[in-house]
Design a protein around this ligand. Structure first.
Ligand code: SAM
Ligand code: SF4
Length: 356
C-alpha cells in the first residue's frame, strides 16, 4: 500500500515537495471544540497579530520562496475581524506582487510565475473556520484563493460527541460546499485517533473525501491537550498506562495516520496532501514518513516565536522554541532525508486536480 501511494505521488509530483508558510495570527476563538487547546474555555493568553506583523511574515515567506502563505486562527466571525482580515489579504497580495515586479527573486520559478502574471507574489490560503458565504466570496475577491476547513470527522454522530451542541456537522459540510461553489481551491481533512473513532469511521472519512472531491487534504493525528474535555477523558482512560503501552499507542497512531495519507493518495490521485506538523508530536521524523507515504506538501510554521507557545492546540507541539529561519532550513534538510526536494521557487504550485 505504501509503495503504491509513493508511486502515485511520484507520478504526479516527481520528488518535489511544495512549501506553504503558516502564520497562526490569532488564538481568539468563539468556539469550544472539545479537543482543542485554544477553545473558548481554555485558559490561555489571547493574542491577535497586527497587520504589520502579519505582513512581515508574508515578506519572510516570500523571501524564502514559499509561494503560499496560510493564515490560520480561531473562529471569530465579527465584522471587525472580517474587515481586518480582508484588509490584510489585500495588503499581502499587493505588497508581494510589488516585490515580484520590483525584482523577481526567482527567475527559474515554476510555470505559474512565468505564464500567469496574476499568480505573482504570494498565494493566500485561509483557515479561519466557518463563515457566511458572502464573507467567503469577499475573501476571494480580496485575493485569497485557497481555503482549508477540516470536516474533522465524516461521522455526524461522532462529530456531535466531539463538539458542543451549538456546533453543527451539517453547517460545516455546507461551508465546504459553498467554498467549492464560490471557486476556492478547497482543502479538508480529519483527525485520526480521536476517542470513539472506529476503523469504519476512517474508511468513511476516505469515502467522504472521494465524494467531496477536494483539491487538498490536510489530516493529522489527534494529540491530547490535557486542559480540554476530550483530553481529560483520554487521560482518565490512558493516563495510568505503562511506558511500554504508551509507546505502543504512539507507534499505532503514527501508523494509523500515515495509512490515511497513503489511502487518500491512492483514492484521490492528483490532489495536494500536506504532511502535518502534528505528526512530529508522535515522532521527530513523522513528517518525513508521511512524505514517503503519499504526502507532497509541508507547511512550516512561521508564526513569530514569542507567540508560538500560545497557539498550543495540542501538547508537545514542535517548533515552539525555533525561529522561522531555523525551521525552514531544518525542514529543507529533513525533506532531503526523505529522498525528496523542497521546492522554494516562489511558484504557487496548484495541484493538477485544481488546474484541470
Ligand atoms: N479554527 C479553524 C478551524 O477549526 O477550522 C482553524 C484553526 S484549528 C486550530 C485547525 C485544526 O486544528 C482543526 O481543524 C483541528 O483538526 C486541529 N486540532 C485542534 N485540536 C487538535 C488536537 N488536540 N490534536 C490535533 N489536531 C487538533
Ligand atoms: Fe476554535 Fe478551530 Fe480550535 Fe475549534 S478547532 S476551538 S474552531 S480554533
Amino acid at each position: 500500500m505504501y509503495a503504491v501511494a509513493e508511486a502515485a505521488t511520484t507520478a504526479y509530483f516527481g520528488t518535489k515537495v511544495y512549501a506553504r508558510g503558516i502564520v497562526e495570527f490569532s488564538n481568539v476563538c468563539t468556539k469550544d471544540c472539545f479537543y482543542c487547546g485554544i477553545r473558548k474555555h481554555t485558559k490561555v493568553h489571547r493574542y491577535t497579530m497586527t497587520k504589520e506583523e502579519i505582513l512581515a511574515c508574508a515578506e519572510f515567506a516570500y523571501s524564502q520562496g514559499m509561494g503560499t502563505l496560510m493564515l490560520q486562527s480561531g473562529e471569530l466571525p465579527s465584522p471587525e475581524r472580517i474587515n481586518f482580515m480582508l484588509d490584510v489579504v489585500r495588503a499581502i497580495r499587493r505588497r508581494t506582487m510589488d516585490l515580484a515586479c520590483e525584482s523577481p527573486p526567482f527567475p527559474s520559478a515554476g510555470p505559474n510565475q512565468r505564464d500567469f502574471p496574476s499568480q505573482r507574489g504570494l498565494a493566500v490560503a485561509l483557515s479561519l473556520g466557518e463563515l457566511p458565504s458572502s464573507v467567503y466570496q469577499a475573501f476571494l475577491e480580496a485575493g485569497a484563493s485557497r481555503y482549508l476547513l477540516r470536516i474533522e470527522t465524516s461521522n455526524p454522530t461522532l462529530y456531535t460527541r466531539l463538539h458542543p451542541a451549538s456546533h453543527s456537522f451539517q453547517a460545516r459540510r455546507k461551508c465546504l460546499e459553498e467554498l467549492q461553489r464560490i471557486g476556492f481551491q478547497v482543502g479538508t481533512g480529519v483527525m485520526v485517533g480521536v476517542p470513539f473513532q472506529t476503523v469504519e469511521d476512517q474508511a468513511n472519512d476516505l469515502l467522504f473525501f472521494k465524494e467531496l472531491d477536494p483539491d487538498m487534504i490536510g489530516l493529522g493525528p489527534y494529540i491530547v491537550q490535557s486542559q480540554t474535555p476530550l483530553g481529560k477523558l483520554w487521560l482518565e482512560e490512558h493516563g495510568e498506562e505503562s511506558a511500554a503501552k504508551q509507546e505502543a499507542n504512539r507507534v499505532a497512531l503514527l501508523e494509523r495516520t500515515t495509512r490515511m495519507y497513503a489511502l487518500a493518495r491512492i483514492m484521490l490521485g492528483n490532489v495536494n496532501i500536506a504532511a502535518t506538523t502534528a505528526l512530529e508530536a508522535l515522532d521527530p521524523e513523522g513528517r518525513e514518513l508521511a512524505l514517503r507515504r503519499g504526502a507532497n506538501v509541508v507547511m512550516p510554521i512561521i508564526t513569530p516565536q514569542r507567540l508560538r507557545g500560545q497557539y498550543e492546540i495540542y501538547e508537545n507541539k514542535s517548533g515552539i522554541d525555533q525561529d522561522a529561519l531555523d525551521s525552514t532550513a531544518c525542514l529543507e534538510r529533513r525533506v532531503r532525508m526523505a529522498g525528496k526536494e523542497l521546492l522554494l521557487d516562489g511558484g504557487w504550485h496548484d495541484p493538477p486536480h485544481f488546474v484541470r
